[in-house]
Design a binder for this molecule. Structure first.
Ligand code: BES
Ligand code: MN
Ligand code: ZN
Length: 488
């Protein structure tokens, strides 16, 4: 796994400030009041901070912006970052600030003189999330993000407050590593092995191989993988921190590469389909987080791992396959494969675990990108209560999401003449008909949400909290949903 930021919570210790190397960040109130740390730096550096504060640049800065002093006299440090500090009760702003500090520090050590700031755990989270660098396949790994010392009046409390955030950050790193990995590296075997390794964290991990999936009748999932040399698998990860209660289930689409199969995709941009296991990667990151923070909840994560390839043995348009549920599916388009995988994993999850609710995640449709772009994931489902809880968790964690409609009129579009259902309803309302398809594999009395993360799982440019590439979208919100539903 990509190394996490080397981050420590230390005492303020202003006496040794002159010898601190790298970058030092200090806080100044919007009205120009210097914090204790800012004052100490100002004294050593001949009034440099005061000069910044009285500059036009500081006046025009917004809360959370940085202004820098390079190679300040009187300090061993090369850079002083003066933060125009906003209110301390805004976690999103604090995370964003942490992200800016990570960008500004580059590979230098960073010392943050936070004093009595109450939002240090969120600043820390932003520093770690934005500091992620995926270098697995670079010969020259470049330099790591520099080490971070967060200096606080109450370092023990600050470290304790940051603990949950650091567990979530590690889950997000895990998700990003999976999503960023190329298709020839993250095969179904490799994916399963990375999940099995989480047994060391106390998760129970089972790998169901093809013969077992055949025995279970997973004809839809197996059809997708049959044109690939990579064996199809279902991996079950159980975290049992909540006694005897029935679990909540997370289900993920894990297509390690989606060529489209016989209904092959155009060449341009096909390389992006290495991220088509984003749903499974996100489920894995949440399970890792739950284990790391020893969540007092029972959650089972199930992922369907397949590769969608064209081949002499591949499934074809016009084929009819039989799902584990028993419903027959007419394959209109072999590129609508994610729903076939999820149909069987959803059914298996309900059949075996009788979960109190299910959330599935999938990079399911290009139409989702057309509808909501990269900013928000689509939220579908049969339960207003679950959808509203999830949207509230997204809002609290700053992850974009938007409720999408479902209904029987959309369901008719996927009726088939020769089978029970067809796997594509064409272009119109493509994300909704995909959700309707999944809904046919969810029992009426099971609260269920489907998250189409085709737009949010990976991005072509950096955001406040992630470099270009995999985002880890959903790990924060799902972790919060579980905490709020089952642990409070
Ligand atoms: N994995 C794709 C969806 C996708 C597209 C994810 C772009 C991320 C970015 C999915 O398997 C797919 O190919 N869906 C088809 C469905 C269609 C054939 C009904 C699509 O969206 O075009
Ligand atoms: Mn596809
Ligand atoms: Zn796909």
């Amino acid at each position: 796994m990509t190394d996490m930021t080397d981050i420590r919570f230390d005492a303020m210790d202003l006496d040794t400030l002159a010898e601190v190397t790298g970058a030092i960040a200090v806080f100044v109130e919007e009205d120009g009041t210097l914090s204790a740390g800012a004052k100490a730096v100002d004294d050593l550096a001949g009034g440099s901070v005061t000069r910044v504060v009285s500059s036009k640049g500081f006046a025009s800065a917004k809360a959370g912006d940085l202004r820098s002093v390079n190679f300040p006299a009187g300090l061993a440090a090369d850079l002083v970052l003066v933060v125009k500090a906003g209110p301390q009760d805004d976690p999103a702003a604090a995370r964003k600030l942490g992200g800016k500090l990570a960008v500004a520090q580059k590979d230098s050590a960073l010392t943050v003189l936070a004093g009595d700031r109450a939002d240090l755990s969120d600043i820390a989270l932003g520093l770690v999330l934005r500091g992620y660098r995926f270098t697995d396949h670079k010969t020259d790994k470049g330099k790591d993000q520099g080490p971070v010392s967060l200096r606080s009046d109450t370092p023990e409390e600050a470290a304790k407050a940051a603990r949950t955030g650091m567990a979530v950050a590690e889950g997000i790193y895990f998700t990003r590593d999976l999503i960023n990995a190329p298709g020839n590296v993250l095969t179904t075997d490799d994916f399963a092995a990375r999940l099995a390794a989480m047994q060391d964290l106390g998760l129970e991990v089972e790998i169901l191989e093809e013969d077992e999936l055949k025995r279970l009748g997973m004809g839809a999932l197996l059809a997708v993988g049959q044109g690939s040399e990579a064996p199809s698998k279902v991996v079950v990860m159980q975290w049992n921190g909540g006694g005897d209660a029935a679990p909540f289930a997370l289900v993920g689409k894990g297509v390690t590469f989606d060529t489209g199969g016989i209904s092959i995709k155009p060449g341009a941009g096909m390389e992006d389909m290495t991220m088509d296991m984003g749903g499974a990667g996100t489920v894995a990151g949440v399970m890792r987080t739950l284990a790391l923070r020893k969540a007092k909840a029972n959650v089972v994560g199930l992922v369907g791992l397949v590769e969608n390839m064209p081949d002499g043995r591949a499934y074809k348009p016009g084929d009819v396959v039989t799902s584990m549920k028993g419903d027959t599916i007419e394959v209109i388009n072999t590129d609508a494969e994610g729903r076939l995988v999820l149909a069987d994993v959803l059914w298996y999850a309900q059949d075996r675990f009788k979960p109190t609710g299910i959330i599935d995640l999938a990079t399911l449709t290009g139409a989702m990108l057309v509808a909501l772009g990269h900013e928000r994931a689509g939220v579908f489902g049969n339960s207003d209560a679950l959808a509203e809880d999830f949207l509230a968790a997204c809002a609290a964690e700053g992850e974009g999401a938007w409720r999408m409609p479902m209904g029987s009129a959309y369901d008719k579009i996927i009726d088939s003449h020769i089978a029970d259902v067809k796997n594509s309803g064409g272009r119109m309302a493509g994300s909704i008909t995909a959700a309707q398809f999944l809904g046919r594999f969810v029992k009426d009395d099971v609260p269920w949400c489907h998250l189409d993360i085709a737009g949010t799982a990976s991005r072509s440019s950096a955001t406040d909290l992630a470099p270009k590439g995999a985002t880890g979208w959903g790990v924060l919100a799902l972790n919060r949903l579980i905490a709020d539903r089952f642990e409070s």
